[in-house]
Each structure stands twice: as structure tokens, then as C-alpha cells.
Design a protein around this ligand. Structure first.
Ligand SMILES: *Cc1c(COP(=O)(O)O)cnc(C)c1O
Length: 394
């Protein structure tokens, strides 16, 4: 049986899979079993923040794996405590963290924190969380319900938990706050929804308003966090201080890890929350190494330089091909080209792949770019060369 047959026979069919089999990675390059080379402008959906086959990350993980991988949260875990301290220091926020294994799990933690705050701080027991249209918050039943895309609320998985309200835009948030609302949960740049950043002033006003009402601002930084925006957190870039922030994708460089951080430092008591695997030796040691690598890149202004190169290429492509593109969107190394149609979007993604370039889909009509943050200038140039070849062949 070949790999495709085995996969189709034994793995549940929840993904529309491409059967290219990648067998090696090196920086922003991937190699498939048939020997073809690809430039990876997707980094496993924003996960491989330090690239593929990163020697520093591999050595750190290897050394840790040979000693201790897991002991459980019944005992103190040194790299977990050090990672929490590190993230707090890099963020500049006075917070504490809880570690899980994914973005959805981090968001579940955020929602539990918001609910407990609502139950314990308001006589009328507030519990409602407002989220935005086109948002994405995860695939568990609760985070699917939090996600503001009706197509995801299929009756197949009903009933969903109560307490969520979706609104069209930030203005509508103000109009829909009622005496049961406890929190607003947003992405500062909607990733899956189309790489759409919100205006800084609107976000700052919202943060200020919520604070004045004693309501919580939850920022889902599962995709925008860990230098993806060009700053450690997109919240830093926006100049706000949320009450709760969630992280995951890029934090472990490919090892599964998620985190929720909050300024409600005493919200949880023992027994309120937990996770068997969350924050174990292996994933937190990996994340510490990832942060070392990325902080160095950030301090050397390497990330800024790469952002500038992406800016130039995307602006040029968007403006020179008005028959395919509306404009370029996004910020930092989280970018998109808004296409004239969904059909053009899927043709570009497919053609690029044929030319040895991986780019991603976002929303209905956006081609998304989430390169490794350690990508080299040569890899960026080669990637755009391949993109232009693909566009010429459309
Ligand atoms: C990917 C993503 C999630 C879900 O993360 P998982 O690790 O797949 O559970 C949640 N929120 C945002 C903004 C994301 O981009």
C-alpha cells in the first residue's frame, strides 16, 4: 500500500489533503519524496517560526528529550517556570501564565478565566463574550462557537454552549454590550479571516472603554504572537494592555504548546484548570530556545529588514497586476494579497505550488504569507521569483 492509500484507509477524512510527502526541511526550504524543492512561505501555518531543521532548536529538544520529557504538573517544572518569566518579561505586561498544547486550548483557558471573573466580580453574574465576524478561535465545541463564521456552526455538532455573541465590526461591539457581557475577544489581525488588521485607534479606544467598564479584553494572539507582527506581541505593536492574551502557533517552533496569560493573577485556585501534557519539559524547553533565537533576530533588526523586503515585493505585485489583485494586506510577516476572486486565489496557490512555492489560503479571496521569521533574504527573493513565474503562467 502506498502512503496515500494508507492515509485514506486509516486516518479520518477531516482535511482536504495534498498528498505531497515532505521528507526533509532546511530553513525555509522543504523537500518532497520525489526530490522537488519548495520555498515555504507558510511555515506549517505560522508554526515553524525558526524554520525547518533548525539546529539550535533540534539540539535543545534532543538534549531535553534524553533527560526528562514529562513529569506532570504535580511537580514544579523548571523550563515551564522560566518560560513564563521570559514571556512576561518580553511582553512587558504584569501577568501570569498557564500552559496547554494548542491555540484552542489556550482560548478555552481564556474563556474560563473570563467566566470566573464574571461570576465572582459581578452581582448579576456576567458570562457573555462578544467576538467578531470573520474571526477564528479554534475547533473545540466552545471555540468553534466563539468563532464568528456561521458556516462553522453546523448543526452536526450542536448544541453549542451559550454565552457567545458575534458582531460585524468594532462599532457594533459597543452597541451589543449588555448587563451579561463580561468580555470581548478579538484577533488584532484576523488571520484565517483574511489577514485583516484593525485600525490602531479603534483598538486603543476599545481597550480604554472596556477598562473603564471593568470588562475584559481578550486578545487571541495564537497567530499574531511571538514576533509575527514584528513586535513580540501584536498587542505591543498596537500599544494596548489586554487583560488576557493567548499564544500558540509560533511559540514552540513546531512543538505543540499553547499559553494563556492574564493580569488577573489570582483568578485560578488549585483545581480550577489543568492539562496533562501542558507545559511539559520538552515543549517549554523548545519554546525557551525559540524565544532566544527570535529575540536575537529582533534585536539585530533582522525581522524588520525581512518585513521591508516583503512590503516591497507585495506592493509591487499588487499594483502591477490589477487584473488579479485588489491590494496587499497584513502587517509584519503576516501578509496577504487580496485577490479579485476566490477562483484566482485558488489558482495562484496551486500554480505557486507547481513552481515550488508554498503559500496559504485565508478568508474567501486572500493568498496568505506566513514565512519562517528566520527566513534568509535569498530564500525570500527565490520565493518571489517563483511566485512571479506562477503568476505569468496563470
Ligand atoms: C490557529 C488559530 C487558533 C487555533 O489554534 P489550534 O492550535 O489549531 O487549536 C486559534 N486562534 C487563532 C487566531 C488561530 O490562528
Amino acid at each position: 500500500m502506498n502512503l496515500e492509500t494508507i492515509d485514506k484507509e486509516y486516518v479520518l477524512h477531516s482535511y482536504g489533503r495534498n498528498y505531497t510527502n515532505f521528507v526533509k526541511g532546511d530553513g525555509a526550504k522543504l523537500y518532497s519524496s520525489d526530490g522537488k524543492e519548495y520555498i515555504d512561505f507558510g511555515s506549517g501555518i505560522g508554526v515553524c517560526s525558526v524554520g525547518h531543521g533548525n539546529k539550535r532548536l533540534a539540539d535543545a529538544v534532543c538534549l531535553q528529550a534524553k533527560n526528562l520529557i514529562h513529569v506532570s504538573n504535580l511537580w514544579v517544572i523548571e523550563p515551564q517556570a522560566l518560560l513564563a518569566k521570559r514571556i512576561v518579561e518580553l511582553s512587558g505586561y504584569d501577568m501570569r501564565l498557564f500552559f496547554g498544547n494548542s491555540g484552542a486550548e489556550a482560548n478555552e483557558g481564556a474563556l474560563k478565566i473570563a467566566r470566573k471573573y464574571g461570576q465572582t466580580n459581578f452581582e448579576n453574574k456576567r458570562y457573555k463574550v462578544i467576538t467578531l465576524e470573520h474571526s477564528f478561535h479554534g475547533r473545540t465545541i466552545t471555540t468553534v462557537k466563539a468563532t464568528g463564521q456561521d458556516k462553522m456552526h453546523t448543526p452536526n455538532f450542536s448544541p453549542y454552549p451559550d454565552g457567545f455573541m458575534h458582531v460585524k465590526n468594532i462599532d457594533e461591539i459597543y452597541k451589543n454590550i449588555d448587563d451579561k457581557t463580561v468580555a470581548v475577544m478579538i484577533e488584532l489581525v484576523q488571520g484565517e479571516g483574511g489577514v485583516q488588521p484593525f485600525p490602531k485607534d479603534e483598538i486603543k479606544d476599545l481597550a480604554k472603554f472596556l477598562k473603564s467598564q471593568g470588562l475584559l479584553l481578550i486578545v487571541d494572539e495564537v497567530q499574531t504572537g511571538v514576533y509575527r507582527s514584528g513586535e513580540f506581541l501584536a498587542s505591543n505593536y498596537y500599544g494596548i494592555e489586554p487583560d488576557i492574551i493567548t499564544l500558540a502557533k509560533g511559540l514552540g517552533g513546531g512543538l505543540p504548546i499553547g499559553a494563556v496569560m492574564t493580569n488577573l493573577k489570582d483568578i485560578f485556585s488549585p483545581g480550577d484548570h489543568g492539562s496533562t501534557f501542558g507545559g511539559n519539559y520538552l515543549s517549554t524547553r523548545a519554546a525557551l530556545e525559540v524565544l532566544d533565537i527570535l529575540e536575537q533576530e529582533y534585536k539585530a533588526k533582522d525581522i524588520d529588514k525581512k518585513i521591508a523586503i516583503f512590503d516591497t515585493h507585495l506592493e509591487r505585485i499588487a499594483s502591477s497586476l490589477p487584473r488579479y489583485f485588489e491590494y496587499s494586506v497584513g502587517l509584519g510577516l503576516m501578509r496577504g494579497l487580496r485577490c479579485k476572486s476566490a477562483q484566482i486565489q485558488s489558482q495562484i496557490i496551486q500554480k505557486a505550488f507547481e513552481h515550488g512555492l508554498i503559500v496559504l489560503k485565508a478568508g474567501r479571496n486572500t493568498v496568505r504569507f506566513l514565512p519562517p521569521l528566520t527566513i534568509s533574504k535569498e530564500e525570500i527573493e527565490e520565493g518571489f521569483k517563483r511566485l512571479e513565474m506562477a503568476l505569468m503562467g496563470l
